[in-house]
Write a protein of this length. Structure first.
Length: 362
């Protein structure tokens, strides 16, 4: 199956934006007088963290849907096993690192992060990943993984509707889920965790659906974009970037609809334009895509560790950047690689067992 390296690169750029945002917040740059001006400028795309997470969801929907759309037979146990180990091995190792780090280090001035005593029950909740809990006590960024894992569980069911039902019905169904999730979030706001509550998962299902629909209709959309003249194509691309950059100025959650829409256009444009595709296929972007998951998982723990040890923002900035990229590279090779191999091995064993059972029945 064709691999779209442009999408890996976009994921890498998005992970970098999350990293930049957290550097700015933790090191105090967002409280400076000039930052409010920069926040209104197009430069804000460089630290568009929430928008980056939304595009993660869209990209996941796109990539994971391809086998279903192609008509390949996808075994549910094999699908879940591969996704679980792809995510879980790096996750649990970083969880252990976070537990060790916060056991020996003291963090001040970062709100609720690493502020409460860490109970055994909280650790267990983190290990199970898909529950609702205060993720700020170990690694604040894992809230998005909680939603991803939940949606993976129902993803094959979503693909039934994406593959076999009308696009208008699928979009309507996804939008209803999103609206229901947003409404329930606010109704029960005082009873649920803000980031990992189950209602938000309903909302984020729409982003996965949008990515899957883009994958299903990619050839048609790409051909339409390639048929545009240069001026129109450039205008569409710029408008998509602006919508992506400034969508967070809209009300929370509703802004995600526009971010995801802009993300779909950006993804389509990256595949339709040979120049953009060529740029995103350069080694630096490919490498950034390769380490994107580890970069996302590790950067906050490394940053918190350095600010607890060093009282100099510039030194912390330099050390965090260097350490994060080095450790992320090692993690992508050994932890992510191990997770992928282990998941494929177990999935292969499940497939063989299933084939043997079918032969016995026959």
């Amino acid at each position: 199956m064709k691999r779209y390296h442009e999408l890996d690169s976009i994921r890498g750029v998005a992970a970098l934006a999350v990293f930049v945002l957290h550097l700015l917040i933790v090191l105090g740059f967002t409280s400076t007088a000039y930052f409010s001006f920069l926040e209104k400028s197009p430069l804000r795309i460089l630290w568009s963290g929430n928008e980056a997470v939304i595009i993660f969801f869209v990209l996941s929907g796109f990539v994971l849907s391809l086998p279903f759309i192609k008509g390949n037979k996808v075994s549910y146990p094999e699908f879940i096993v591969k996704r679980f180990f792809r995510i879980y091995i790096p996750f649990v190792v970083t969880l252990v690192i976070a537990i060790i780090a916060r056991s020996f280090l003291t963090i001040e001035g970062q709100g609720d992060i690493w502020s409460k005593s860490l109970s055994f029950g909280s650790v267990v909740e983190h290990i199970f990943l898909i529950g609702m809990y205060d993720q700020k006590q170990l690694n604040p960024v894992i809230w998005s993984l909680v939603h991803e894992m939940r949606i993976y569980i129902i993803f094959p069911l979503l693909m039934y509707f994406v593959v076999y039902k009308k696009i208008t019905h699928v979009i309507l169904g996804g939008t209803i889920l999103s609206i229901a999730g947003i409404g329930l979030h606010y109704v029960f706001a005082d009873k649920v965790d803000y980031y990992t509550n189950y209602f938000d998962t309903l909302h984020y299902v729409l982003m996965f659906i949008m990515g899957a629909l883009l994958a299903k209709h990619r050839e048609y959309i790409i051909n339409k974009l390639r048929g545009l003249n240069k001026l129109t194509f450039s205008t569409v691309s710029i408008l998509a970037l602006l919508l992506y950059t400034y969508s967070s100025l809209l009300p929370p959650y509703v802004s995600d609809w526009f971010t995801a829409s802009a993300g779909c256009i950006i993804i389509a444009v990256s595949m339709a334009s040979s120049k953009i595709s060529k740029m995103l296929n350069k080694k630096v972007f490919i490498e950034l895509g390769n380490i994107s998951y580890s970069l996302y998982l590790l950067h906050f723990i490394i940053l918190l560790s350095f600010i607890s040890l060093i009282d100099n923002a510039f030194v912390v900035l330099i050390l965090t950047i260097i350490s994060t990229f080095v450790v992320s590279k090692v993690s992508s090779i050994y932890l992510e690689g191990a997770g992928i191999k282990f998941g494929k091995k177990i999935a292969s064993a499940l497939k063989k067992n299933s084939e043997l059972r079918n032969e016995e029945i026959a």
